[in-house]
Design a protein around this ligand. Structure first.
Ligand code: ATP
Ligand code: MG
Length: 332
């Protein structure tokens, strides 16, 4: 049996193979010729095309806000990724896969995952909610009596949960992630600079310039199209210029984390107060996110060493241990 963990992220698909570690992390997108449905590129090659192709190529994200919204394309994409890591359809039959799914995932979504696994000829599947995997990925030792609090900020969703090995005590998966910041930055740059920028430029701004420290002075020259003249133009954008959309996003995370914290029984609150909040996901890499959340929630924040890989590393650690898997897998 080949054992794999797969995190079919809204932004990035990650695969962990027992014995090898993380073997793939590629954008969850497919470039398709409009009309014919012919696949032109998948993953990294497809993402590079965003905003740069003529009208007859569309970039499809089969996973949107942590939901499989295009099952056909999701199957084409995952089969391609599996092949890329050396797993042919005939070998897939001998694979046991652990899928990380959003906190509180309903049967409807798990049905979609099962159909996806069938389409990729995967032999056996298990489902575990993201917060457990994020915890194992950060080497937390979970027990029945020791609760943990996780915030995982992904590209299309944010998982917030308090849980122990016994189960989720209070948790939520929000349709809110780094992708929302990208689109807010596009609107904000349009309003402030009268400049239309693309999604890749906006994501780059978020990754390099965006900061939740008000005194940060990073800046970057970006290119776009002048909204009035339609001509190309460049402008320097600083951390302060895009502080607002990033802050609005962080405040939403604070609001929902506060809500979950307020629902906890007193003993659980006390334990979490002691251990602090564990922060992961690609969105946690925004400069100052940890300090901002810590200040706003009045709690210690432990930022994962590898925020974007926490969930898949946790998946890899879980699929290798039958007794842990048995305890936390979703009965489906
Ligand atoms: N250095 C960085 N600074 C800010 N954001 C970043 C950085 N690196 C990656 N990101 C963002 O992290 C997000 C992807 O994170 P992640 O891989 O955890 O999401 P995902 O698992 O694909 O999505 P989801 O969990 O919502 O389904 C993207 O929005 C990406 O732009
Ligand atoms: Mg994720």
């Amino acid at each position: 049996m080949i054992k794999l963990a797969i995190d079919l992220g809204s932004s990035v698909t990650k695969i962990f193979k027992i014995g090898s570690g993380v073997v793939l992390a590629e954008p969850s997108c497919v470039a398709v010729a409009a009309g014919s449905n012919t696949v032109k590129a998948i993953g990294e090659d497809a993402k590079r095309l965003i905003g740069k192709t003529a009208e007859f190529t569309t970039i499809v994200f089969p996973v949107f806000e942590a939901d499989i919204v295009n099952e056909g394309m999701a199957a084409i994409m995952l089969s391609y990724f599996l092949k890329k890591v050396g797993i042919s359809p005939s070998q897939a039959k001998r694979c046991e896969v652990l899928f990380g799914v959003p906190c509180g995932a309903q049967d409807e979504l798990l049905d979609k995952y099962s159909r996806l696994a069938d389409a990729c000829r995967i032999g056996a599947v298990n489902f575990v909610e993201v917060p457990f995997l994020a915890a194992f990925g950060q080497n937390l030792s979970l027990s029945e009596t020791n609760p943990s609090f996780i915030i995982d900020i992904g590209g299309g969703s944010t998982n917030i949960a308090a849980f122990s090995l016994d189960g989720v005590i209070a948790g939520i998966s929000l349709n809110l992630g780094g992708g929302n910041i990208d689109s807010q930055i596009i609107d904000h740059v349009a309003d402030s600079f009268n400049l239309k920028i693309g999604l890749l430029t906006s994501e780059k701004l978020k990754m390099t310039v965006a900061s939740l420290y008000t005194n940060d002075k990073e800046s970057m020259v970006i290119n776009g199209r002048d909204i009035t003249t339609g001509r190309p133009r460049s402008v320097a954008v600083s951390s302060a210029d895009i502080y607002e959309p990033v802050k609005v996003f962080a405040d939403k995370v604070v609001e929902y984390a506060g809500l979950i914290l307020s629902k906890l029984p007193a003993e659980v609150s006390a334990a979490i107060w002691h251990s602090g909040i564990y922060l992961s996901g690609g969105g946690a890499k925004i400069i100052g996110m940890d300090d901002y959340l810590s200040r706003a929630l009045q709690m210690d924040i432990n930022l994962s060493d590898e925020p974007q890989m926490a969930v898949i590393l946790g998946g890899g650690r879980t699929i290798g241990y039958d007794d842990i898997l048995e305890t936390i897998r979703i009965d489906y």
